[in-house]
Design a protein around this ligand. Structure first.
Ligand code: NAI
Length: 334
């Protein structure tokens, strides 16, 4: 199938070309994001492959449908950036990569926890500039700490397993309890109890109407003094201003983010010579106890191979009989 691959970074090209050797789709890579300004670049392509920073709004989908597209292949698990209802109304099929390497994101979440706890982001700079003082780098043992996991699906369950190895006490909140977590000794509790009892809270739920700004001022107020908050799920699960106020009052003692609500204007590009216009993001960076990575949780060799392979297989399945087991349906929006 002729496939337009949007927002293609050099690593996307490498992994997609390698995976395509045995599959044989006609791949055309575009550096640009897909958006209203660039939607004409993919005219005539039956399949359009997009990433999370592409705009897949109703307007863009309408144009893609008019231009002859029938399939939108997401190189992601999350689909909150796509107007799924509009796509279905337009007769467009959306396929995704539901699980590529939950270990990658889980391990990155734990990396954020450990880095913040032991102040590795400060130690790195200190030692490089010849400052060997350990003043201000005091950490705590993970053993015996209570970690609250919000969302115990594929990623959250692996986080639970890793942290179990550290000897943490694990509590969780999820409308669907995971038997692997229960067998591990994870205790499912209300959000209220999770907030009140957790030394560390880590978010692994999808972004939907129920989880949008789940971590708001009320939630922050109910947390333990000095809590560590980690978000590798989706930026808008957190109300950033509420969290900034929590940091200012020291209610939040540590914040680790791999995602940010307005990340579309920032992440996945080199802006080191630009003036960043996002004052909220810039304020976040002023706190010594905040560690932000630019949506790299998924970014491992294993995950990129798996994303490329599954995306191309999704396209093949659709091309052969119009059916793909990884299609995003309305049921998934519930
Ligand atoms: P999953 O679908 O396997 O698990 C999500 C879990 O959240 C499910 O168990 C679900 O029941 C639960 N959930 C739904 N609503 C909830 C609520 N209101 N409160 C608590 N739990 C709720 O998804 P997976 O693969 O574990 O991914 C989790 C999230 O991680 C994704 O939705 C995505 O946003 C994010 N992600 C981030 C990446 C990164 O690079 N930082 C890469 C891949 C995914």
């Amino acid at each position: 199938m002729r496939v337009a691959v949007c927002s293609a970074q050099p690593y996307d090209r490498r992994y997609f070309l390698a995976a395509n050797r045995d599959i044989g789709h006609d791949l055309v890579f575009f550096d640009s994001h897909l958006c209203e300004e660039t939607q004409r670049m993919v005219a005539g392509f039956p399949a359009v492959c997009v990433f999370i920073n592409d705009t897949v709004s109703k307007t863009v989908l309408q144009t893609l449908a008019e231009q002859g597209a029938s399939l939108i292949a997401l190189r992601s698990a999350g689909f909150n950036h796509v107007d799924i209802r509009a796509a279905i109304d337009l007769g467009l099929h959306i396929v995704r990569v539901p699980a590529y390497s939950p270990h990658s994101v889980a391990e990155h979440s734990v990396a954020l926890i450990l880095s913040l706890n032991r102040h590795l982001h400060h130690s790195y700079n200190r030692v490089r500039s010849g400052n060997f003082s350990i003043q201000g780098l005091l950490g705590f043992e993970m053993r015996g700490k209570t970690v609250g996991i919000i969302g115990t699906g594929r990623i959250g369950a692996i986080v639970a397993k890793i942290l179990h190895g550290f000897g943490c006490h694990l509590v969780a909140h999820d409308p669907q309890q995971n038997s692997d977590c229960i067998n591990l000794g994870v205790e499912y509790v209300s959000l209220k109890k999770l907030y009140a009892s957790s030394d560390i809270i880590t978010l692994h739920c999808p972004l939907n109407m129920k989880t949008h700004h789940l971590i708001d001022t009320k939630a922050v107020t109910s947390m333990k003094q000095g809590v560590m908050l980690i978000n590798t799920s989706r930026g808008a699960v957190i109300d950033t201003m509420a969290v900034i106020n929590g940091l200012k009052s020291s209610k939040i003692g540590y914040l680790g983010l791999d995602v940010y609500e307005q990340e579309g204007d920032l992440f996945f590009q080199d802006l080191s010579n630009e003036i960043i216009q996002d004052d909220v993001f810039q304020r976040l960076l002023t706190f010594p106890n905040v560690l932000v990575t630019g949506h790299q949780g998924f970014f491992t060799d294993e995950a990129l191979s798996s994303i490329a392979r599954t995306t191309l297989q999704n396209i093949s399945a659709f091309e052969i009989d119009g059916v793909c087991q990884n299609e995003v349906t309305l049921e998934l929006l519930q």
